[in-house]
Design a protein. Structure first.
Ligand SMILES: C[S@@+](CC[C@H](N)C(=O)[O-])C[C@H]1O[C@@H](n2cnc3c(N)ncnc32)[C@H](O)[C@@H]1O
Length: 254
């Protein structure tokens, strides 16, 4: 069985984490952060003030959501928490693994963005769903947003990057599925990094989970969530669609 707890974390979240804002800029998240906000509001039966984000990374969604919610941001990578603290000093940051973190308090909503991609087994997915359930107030909402489900996944190559002050980054991202029978895909990155010291190229490999829509729906329902699929269709690139899972936690006796 594939075990992501023993796998080294990607370089993007460890020794190269300070380059994250040049790979993925907060500005690129405005449209989808609004989609996530609307999904949480729609699914919740209570008013949403406190939100727990599991796997908050560099805090790009948070830069937008914090205007509306009181955010608690959890991530497994200390270097990414440092990046997010810089971008979101007013938010609470906690080091933790979404499969096992227990904060001992309830939130009106729980948000899990693309960090869920890093869970590669149904067992780990079940553990993260349980974490969301335990921290979600009855009547509240949870929103799970994998980058792909099995039905929407296509091998692909993308590139991008940003310039900031004295540093620039360009990347090539290549995603493929070495074994369509298992629950993982591979994404290889080449980063070109330019700063005062010159230009260098670094490589990084991310092993990501890929599950059929039916698996998501079954695991979320089994936990007790009332779940529906909401598709996010960004204006750019116009062709792409993401299946996201919008969950309500029923109130006792409901
Ligand atoms: C692509 S980044 C998330 C970016 C985020 N969506 C944002 O808005 O900036 C993925 C993050 O998932 C985190 N991650 C991976 N596995 C995790 C786990 N088991 N628990 C918590 N965080 C995890 C990584 O450390 C990384 O920071």
């Amino acid at each position: 069985m594939d075990d992501c707890s023993s796998r080294p974390q990607p370089r993007l979240y460890t020794d190269l984490a300070s380059w994250w804002p040049l790979l993925s800029s907060p500005d690129d998240y405005a449209e989808e952060a609004e989609f996530h906000r609307q999904c949480l509001l729609k699914a919740s039966r209570i008013s949403v003030r406190t939100v727990l984000e599991l796997g908050s990374g560099g805090g790009n969604n948070a830069t937008h959501l914090k205007a509306h919610f009181e955010l608690t941001l959890v991530d497994i990578a200390p270097a990414m928490l440092r990046v997010s603290r810089n971008q979101n000093p007013e938010c609470e940051h906690i080091h933790g693994d979404m499969r096992e973190v227990r904060l001992g308090r309830l939130f009106d909503a729980v948000f899990v963005h693309d960090a869920i991609d890093y869970l590669t087994t149904e067992e780990d997915l079940t553990r993260a769903i349980e974490t969301a359930w335990i921290h979600c107030r009855p009547g509240g909402a949870a929103h799970f947003c994998p980058s792909y489900v099995r039905e929407t996944y296509r091998p692909d190559t993308r590139h991008g990057g940003h310039d900031r002050m004295l540093r620039s980054l360009r990347y090539l991202e290549w995603t493929y599925d070495p074994d369509p029978e298992d629950t993982t895909i591979t994404t290889d990155f080449a980063y070109i990094l330019r700063d005062a010291a010159g230009v260098r190229v670094e490589c990084d490999q991310h092993i990501l989970g890929l599950f059929p829509r039916a698996t998501w729906l079954a695991l979320l329902s089994k936990q007790g969530f009332l779940v529906s699929v909401e598709q996010f269709k960004p204006s750019e690139p116009a062709s792409s669609t993401w299946d996201t899972f919008v969950c309500s936690k029923p109130e006792p006796g409901a």
